[in-house]
Design a protein around this ligand. Sequence first.
Ligand SMILES: *Cc1c(COP(=O)(O)O)cnc(C)c1O
Length: 496
Amino acid sequence: MSQIKYKSTRGGQVDISPSYAIVQGIAKDGGLFVPQEIPKLDCSLEELKDMTYQELAYHIMKNYLSDFTEEELRDCINKAYDKKFDDKKIAPLVKKDGVYFLELFHGPTLAFKDMALSILPYLLKTAAKKLDIKKEIVILTATSGDTGKAALEGFADVEGTKIIVFFPQDGVSEIQKRQMTTQTGDNTYVIGIEGNFDDAQNGVKQIFGDVEFNNYLAENNYMLSSANSINIGRLVPQIVYYFYAYFQMVQEGEISLGDIANVVVPTGNFGNILAAFYAKQMGLPIGKLICASNDNKVLYDFFNTGKYDKDREFILTISPSMDILISSNLERLLYHISNGDTNKTKELMESLKTDGNYEITQEMKEKLTSFYGGYASQEETIKKIKELFDKTAYLIDTHTAVAYSVYKAYLEKTGDDNKAIIASTASPYKFTNSVMKAIDSSYEAYSDFELIEKMNALTKVDIPVGIKDIDKRPIRHKTVCKKDEMKSAVEKILIK
Ligand SMILES: *Cc1c(COP(=O)(O)O)cnc(C)c1O
């Protein structure tokens, strides 16, 4: 197999091996690692179409992780996609109201982040071993809810690693908080901070950038690493499920092999939809890539004008995992649509940093024709949850509902009759409060935990084990610190 190499989107590092890119996480010049060329499938769709999730994952991921042996990669895949997913299919496709919901929330934490974070620990360990890194890897993460829990669950009891998660003490939902504070595993540490998500994020960035502190940790046999979505090790596993969804439609006779299908993705940091773009470049017959935003509609504006402008009001919505004004992974798309022009990409990112905005060239704009940007207001999103439930008795979460709303509007506007796959990114059980209130305002009277039972009574969908009796589990993590005490909190954990 040919060896794939990675480079920084800003040009500062080239010819980097997959293992090195995973361990390093972010490039030294602040750019993100991208494959120097997006690989094409090395076999036909016909050969892939009846594979299990695990088998397919191997055939897709090997193209990106060419320095892993077959045995190593298969081992990572088998450890990640096992019984911790509550559906044998891992990512089942469900047809409702004429569209296909790709349920990406059957992992342990009920959000699509599990699709990548259940395998990242194994990829990272294997990569570190290849590079002969003997230090214990310490994952440091700041979270606004979903990522932290998925990373904790992924790294819990993984030998040779520790994970430390900081979350804003008063800035996550009750269910999200309880999911984290009840986390098991001897190598897991969860700390609430007195501050907001930005404070947590800044604190973590400062620790990563503190050379002296990192040297001190190295002397004590520790190495810091990151589990957020800029790591190429999170992007690659996400490409798999777009192929898998397409093949499920073929198996069910909804399309023939080779037919075009559109995908619709509720988007925040642009990681999930970028994986769909990679799938398309590899040879999967995807038509439109429909990028759905909530009221924080920077991406909608970008796709419709070619101008990215982050200077605007930050709106807190009922789809919090999409409340984001700087979509980090968009940098990778800029690199690809500029034909790999690292100077151009760097210039645009610098403009974003200094001026808060940038505008792409006409030539770059012309490369975006397969993307469609749409957004749904909170009001519209709530309406669509109820509409779909009344029609089909299928309950979707607030993020998926943004995508469903955008798709409905897209259909009305374009009449596009290709079949569409909607990425369903979270279980409604994770956002009981907003989802149940969308169905009937009288549910307002109940707590988030009580609403788990109410949702079960309403839908008859089993309560996922990940949150079953969550309010009765022992709370294992009670540490709270001030925002300027994060470094000493890390030191206290690692160096006793
Ligand atoms: C993270 C997340 C998203 C956004 O995904 P990106 O890859 O950041 O665009 C959407 N929905 C849910 C439920 C999420 O947790």
